[in-house]
Design a protein around this ligand. Structure first.
Ligand SMILES: [Zn+2]
Length: 172
């Protein structure tokens, strides 16, 4: 079994120790995953801290998690594998805050501690699909779904024939 990932680390000490950390977070520790999602096991994460050329501290990593999600078409629970990557710039309010590019996000530390569980849970919530659904062919709600899809089918040229006829009439 993988070691447990600590809930928070002293980021300076971690940097001095090489910056790498890997481990699991127990499902019970991540209480913000709820609603249409539930964790089916621990979340595995690997993280790396390093300084970039501007002396900023970068937090990079990846995670994998096995969840269950409630299909929004048939309301049955289904397995959902999530994996994701993260790349953030660490901001320490006790020091000068880093300058960010438009596409960069900040993770703030408090008292020199980087909250690992909170960080991974944030990323996991972001990785959850907005509307979880079975693939159409596997979903018990598929018949309703197909009918709805047909009703909503957009026919961009449906009115074109009538429009042309009308135009032709106007031309004469
Ligand atoms: Zn379904």
């Amino acid at each position: 079994m993988a070691p447990r990932l600590p809930s928070a680390v002293d980021y300076r000490r971690l940097l001095a120790d090489g910056g790498l950390l890997a481990g699991d977070i127990e499902a019970a520790s991540l209480t913000r995953i709820g609603g249409n999602f539930r964790l089916a096991g621990p979340v595995s994460a690997r993280l790396g801290l390093r300084r970039d050329e501007h002396s900023r501290v970068l937090v990079e990593g990846e995670f994998t998690a096995t969840l269950e999600a409630r299909c929004q078409r048939c309301l049955e629970w289904m397995p959902l594998e999530l994996r994701g990557r993260l790349a953030l710039v660490l901001g320490d309010p006790d020091n000068e805050m880093p300058v960010l590019d438009d596409d960069e996000d900040l993770v703030e530390v408090s008292g020199g501690k980087l909250a690992l569980w909170g960080l991974i849970e944030d990323e996991l919530l972001l990785a959850c699909p907005m509307i979880p659904r079975h693939p159409a062919q596997d979903c018990a709600g598929r018949e309703e779904a197909q009918t709805a899809a047909e009703d909503a089918h957009y026919k961009p040229f449906a009115g074109l024939g009538a429009m042309l006829d009308q135009q032709r009439d106007e031309d004469h």
